[in-house]
Design a protein around this ligand. Structure first.
Ligand SMILES: C[S@@+](CC[C@H](N)C(=O)[O-])C[C@H]1O[C@@H](n2cnc3c(N)ncnc32)[C@H](O)[C@@H]1O
Length: 290
């Protein structure tokens, strides 16, 4: 069979995605083509013609994506900071907007040696592993209560160690447990948390509703049920001068800072926007010991 123009296959995929309501149809078409070819997206213009098996493999993935299977489930990876993590059914797909919280945490740790870091609700381990990659001297703890998520996190943690990173400390635990990591009370420099925070019954795209685990997405109490406990845990765990960052729903720009302000030991409470200008995470700093 004859080789075929890659450009036409990408145009066809883009058209199919537009009809299926896939956000970013052209980008997804290019990313899937790059995945099939095993190259960076930027290299696609250097590949004018491809073999028929490539077109066939691309068509199969395009059919899946048109059914709104998440792009990252098809490529098998998601990016956080400067690392990739493996993702798929049973674990939440890390989102680009969470990288801003990672950067806030890294900035806070500037100038501290051997910091203790906690990633509550770690999912695939993305935040914990990205932070550990940047700060080999940190002791990074990561916790989740979902066995399937923990299996992905263990897989990703093992891959990062093989790549030369310091091992993270991965635990099964419930962040609503008031005694969680009580042996670390008052010694943690940074608490990062991207918890489930979407109010129940919210209208969400099929990629999220049908493929992210519900316990990773939704929380009772208008989306605040887990966050309340994370605020308590942070107030207990942080060392004076340590900081907490909690990602939240865009409807919680006031509610999460208000929860942080209820803790007298926490100060400098701020809310931060994502790159789309939506309220996305709140931060606070533990004041001097009381
Ligand atoms: C939104 S996902 C975030 C995953 C990861 N931090 C990220 O940014 O990609 C929330 C995670 O919290 C976990 N989770 C939900 N409730 C929890 C609880 N009470 N204790 C521990 N983990 C919990 C879920 O299993 C899920 O993996």
């Amino acid at each position: 069979m004859r080789r075929q123009p890659l450009r036409l296959a990408i145009l066809e995929a883009t058209r199919i995605f537009e009809e299926a309501g896939v956000p970013s149809p052209r980008v997804d078409a290019e990313l899937l083509a790059a995945h099939v070819l095993g190259v960076d997206r930027g290299s696609l213009p250097l590949i004018p013609l491809v073999d028929p098996p490539v077109i066939e493999a691309l068509r199969e993935l395009v059919q899946q994506r048109a059914k709104r299977v998440p792009l990252q489930h098809l490529t098998g990876v998601a990016t956080m900071g400067r690392i990739d993590v493996a993702v798929g059914p049973g674990v939440f797909v890390p989102r680009p907007e969470t990288e801003l919280m990672l950067q806030w945490g890294l900035d806070l740790l500037e100038g501290r040696t051997g910091p203790v870091v906690m990633d509550l609700c770690t999912g695939s381990g993305a935040l914990a592993l990205a932070l550990q990659h940047e700060r080999p001297d940190a002791q990074v703890y990561a916790v989740d209560n979902d066995p399937q998520a923990l299996a992905w996190a263990r897989h990703n943690a093992d891959r990062r160690v093989e790549a030369g990173d310091t091992p993270i400390k991965l635990y099964s635990g419930d962040v609503t447990d008031p005694r969680l990591f009580s042996e670390l009370d008052g010694v943690v420099d940074l608490v990062l948390c991207n918890p489930p925070y979407v109010p129940p019954n919210a209208d969400l795209p099929p990629e999220v509703l049908d493929h992210d685990p519900p316990q990773a997405v939704f929380a009772e109490d208008g989306g605040l049920a887990v966050i309340r406990h994370v605020v308590s845990a942070a107030a207990r765990l942080l060392v004076p001068g340590g900081g907490v960052a909690i990602e939240h729903d865009d409807s919680h720009a006031s509610a999460v800072p208000a929860l942080l302000k209820t803790r007298t030991v926490l100060g400098d409470v701020r809310d931060h926007h994502d790159l789309a200008g939506r309220p996305r995470f709140a931060t606070a700093i533990r004041g001097a010991a009381d």
